[in-house]
Design a protein around this ligand. Sequence first.
Ligand code: B12
Ligand code: SF4
Ligand code: SF4
Length: 315
Amino acid sequence: MPADKTVGAIRELPSFDSDPARSLEGEIKSYILGSPQNCLKDVDGSAIFEEPLVGFANGDDSLFQDYKRVVGDFHLTPREALCLSSPEGPGHASEPRHVSVVSWILPIGKETRLANRKMTEGPSRHWNNVRWLGQELNDNLARHVVQLLEHKGYRAVAPDQTPAFEVRHLSNGRASNWSQRHVAYAAGLGTFSLSDGLITARGIAMRCNSVVTDLELPATPRRYSSHVANCPFFVDGSCGACIKRCPAGAITHKGHDKVKCSEMMQVFHKLYLTKPGYLGRYAACGLCQTKVPCESRIPKLASAPGGSPAARAGV
Ligand code: B12
Ligand code: SF4
Ligand code: SF4
């Protein structure tokens, strides 16, 4: 196992100058796989996350302007996020020439997925612990990437760790000014779905994060035809397994009702946080991300050989 890498431990990355993108990808993967924090110590010692997926986006990609319509006019572009967080503030003369986004997916460990599969009315202890301990690790990784880039002389920021980050309460539910899933979509890492979750090559049971920098990085191609291409429901009308999986009735053929979902989480909060071994400000849920065909992969279409996604996944 690689040496303990605390947030502050910055080591020289051998190939950073010749290939910064591959070098960052390698560092993100080894940080997670080598971290002693990547372990559910008080549950069963299993890994919180499996090997990360990493993608890059051009911060000036017009998609980020589209997000001002898709998410809301408050959603930051990467350039705004970088400038807002600089000590000089936005619109300063030192406007960066290039802006890139490093985005990553942390697939949730198998033991946690298996434990949550068994649940029907709220999260397993594994899932609840991953929500809090896994996010702490995810945040530490973002700080590590920021420090690494700054050490190399670049500007860098993890937008959702800055004072500028906010989550708005809109009539149809909450939306943040830095949506990690929209960022990951832009960085070629996956598409949205009927349940709202992002389906990546390693599935929907994951957590994600991102860092914006003025280092120029090659954008990862988006190998999908639409923003919902990885969800069979939108391609050939099949699957829909998440509809039955949601105890709140928050998922229907019309999509995901964020208000109902949030209300259910408040119920779970009362039911579970008093149970031994559960942590955090709320219990979480994630039933729609486990025991579904998209849990750990992009499901094949019902029309493909082998039958329906649900049949193939054995769920
Ligand atoms: C607010 C919030 C919530 C709210 C609202 C969720 C939501 N759908 O937005 C509530 C409390 C309901 C919630 C619940 C959960 N959350 Co939450 N949440 C967030 C938070 C803080 C912000 C999300 C946000 O800004 N959304 C913006 C809105 C606009 O997004 P949206 O409605 O999904 O977007 C739709 C449209 O934009 C549409 N769309 C329409 N046209 C177009 C066009 C294009 C081009 C594109 C790209 C998209 C698009 O696509 C989307 C899907 O329909 C993020 C962290 C972050 N900073 O991103 C975590 C986050 C989204 N949550 C996460 C998780 C894991 C959960 C839960 C599983 C809880 C848990 N931990 O057990 C549930 C899952 C609910 C679900 N089915 O999605 C993960 C997502 C992981 C994943 N696999 O997708 C995140 C990214 C946290 C993280 N750092 O990993 N969450
Ligand atoms: S369970 Fe099926 S319908 Fe629901 S998000 Fe996953 S692939 Fe799409
Ligand atoms: S939509 Fe919300 S309440 Fe329903 S299963 Fe998913 S996380 Fe749980």
